[in-house]
Design a protein around this ligand. Structure first.
Ligand code: MN
Ligand code: MN
Length: 500
């Protein structure tokens, strides 16, 4: 039997469009769902994915990946690995399970939108595989976390987190609903597969896998590496869509990338930054968060942008400056407001860790040293109550994260800044100029109130910390506490003796 060469059969499988005559194209691919905009309808016929897959190849590869992932899990189940894992590291797995598991589910629905409303047959075909990928990721994440629920109820937040009003979850919900659920197929492909999955998912799934392996969490590394191989394939939908969009509407392409990049960078600063620079045990840190960001995002993603003819986002200097500050400020907040999270933040400022932070971030001491010293002194004099929150920090009306952005002054010092905007008689507050601008552009579709606004509107009762924690769904068995039970602060007992 003569076999056709791959090049001869491949297009038969992927170019499955025909000209619709029984129905209007606009009825089948409505603008609000498909979003062709200024791109002529026929231009989408040129949409081409770089790496072409047939169904039989897809299932054969996926079967192998599933077999490997579950095989490793089964082997480790019989070991005592979990009991030897560092408490700070475990927090990283908990952050990931809680913040990501149901976003994998959300991603399967976003792939479904492209599978139905994507503007080329080849694109819809790729998105069907993407849907199957994301179903696999959801089930892997939930099953891997479930194994530990009996040992530690914080793992239960893999399923629970997105059903609560926990503040970090509200922020993530705002980001991913806006990135994956509400946009039309074209904007969705630019924001999720291109910006988020090409740039940021790499950092989370490969960068964190490195730290996981170093920390001995083979199971977690095994799971996220398996997931990442799918992401790398279906993320291609982004570049293929961007290529068509750039020919007809580069301004829309640039704005959509810029917006998704900024909001992704914000959420990474609260979840991945502290995970890498504080929770991961010092001896297991391969690189700092900033170094990972410089390699995966600054170097590689910017090269990708340039390949497609895009410019660096307009706020680039502000983003780079933020690599020295955002996640340190947010970590300080995470630790201080630790009862409001479903993991145990690792203080991460023992003397050795502090030395490392100052090596990696020369501005760390002047910006954060005195604040941590005050916390340390309170811990060491038995005043733990003074290290716990009595109220909430002001939150940004766009990214929903605490307003703790630093801004450089002419004299070289830095100060915290708030960026307000009064619109229709109401003053909104933002962490940064880009968050303010994104709000302004999207103001007609932005309805999300911050936790603080809800508190002030009387929606959280009683309006105190116990009331807030109950409203967020944080029961005493899961609310966060210091990962090492404050042991790291003992390094500084000499400060207490000196003061006495
Ligand atoms: Mn996924
Ligand atoms: Mn994905």
């Amino acid at each position: 039997m003569t076999m056709l060469k791959r090049d001869d059969w491949q297009d038969l499988l992927r170019e499955v469009d025909w000209t619709l005559t029984y129905a209007d194209d606009e009825a089948i691919f409505p603008e609000w769902l498909s979003g062709t905009g200024k791109v002529p309808r026929e231009a989408w016929a040129t949409w081409e994915e770089g790496f072409k897959v047939s169904y039989s190849e897809y299932v054969a590869t996926q079967r192998e990946k599933e077999g490997a992932a579950w095989g490793v899990k089964a082997a480790l189940q019989r070991s005592k690995v979990f009991d030897t894992l560092d408490e700070g590291w475990k927090s990283n797995a908990k952050i990931h399970f809680g913040a990501v598991s149901l976003i994998e589910a959300l991603a399967s629905y976003s792939e479904l939108k492209m599978a139905r409303f994507g503007l080329a047959g080849a694109w819809r075909n790729m998105a069907v595989f993407g849907t199957l990928d994301e179903i696999r990721h959801t089930q892997l994440s939930l099953a891997f976390a479930h194994e530990f629920v009996a040992k530690d109820p914080q793992y239960d937040w893999a399923l629970k987190a997105f059903h609560t009003n926990e503040w970090g979850v509200i922020s993530a919900r705002g980001l991913f609903d806006g990135m994956m659920m509400s946009p039309n197929a074209v904007d969705l492909a630019i924001m999720a597969p291109f910006t988020f999955e090409t740039g940021f998912t790499n950092l989370q799934f490969l960068g964190l896998a490195t730290d996981a392996l170093e920390s001995g969490d083979i199971n977690f590394a095994n799971m996220i590496s398996s997931i990442q191989t799918d992401e790398a394939r279906h993320a291609q939908q982004g570049g293929s869509t961007l290529e068509v969009l750039m020919k007809h509407d580069p301004i829309r392409a640039q704005w959509t990338v810029d917006k998704a990049f900024w909001l992704s960078a914000r959420i990474f600063a609260v979840l991945t930054g502290p995970a890498m620079d504080y929770n991961t045990p010092l001896q297991h840190r391969k690189h700092s968060y900033k170094e990972f960001m410089q390699e995966w995002i600054v170097k590689q993603f910017v090269r990708t942008l340039e390949d497609y003819g895009l410019k660096k986002p307009w706020y680039w200097d502000e983003f780079i400056e933020g690599l020295d500050h955002w996640h340190h400020a947010l970590h300080l907040g995470l630790w201080y407001w630790r009862p409001t999270v479903w993991w145990k933040p690792q203080g991460g400022v023992s003397k050795a860790e502090r030395k490392w932070l100052n090596q990696k971030y020369p501005k760390w001491e002047e910006s954060y040293g005195d604040k941590w010293d005050m916390i340390i002194d309170n811990v060491n004099t038995g005043n733990i109550g003074l290290t716990l929150p009595e109220t909430l920090p002001w939150l940004c009306n766009t990214c929903q994260l605490p307003i703790c952005s630093f801004s450089g002054n002419p004299d070289g010092t830095t100060t915290m800044k708030n960026y307000p905007l009064t619109h229709n008689g109401y003053t909104h507050h933002f962490c940064s100029k880009p968050c303010r601008q994104i709000f302004w552009e999207d103001r007609d579709t932005e309805h999300l109130k911050t936790v603080v606004e809800r508190l002030l509107a009387g929606q959280i009762n009683p309006p105190d910390v116990p009331g807030i924690l109950a409203w967020m769904g944080l029961t005493p068995d899961v609310m966060g506490d210091d990962a090492y039970k404050y042991k790291w602060a003992e390094d500084y007992l000499d400060r207490v003796k000196k003061a006495a």
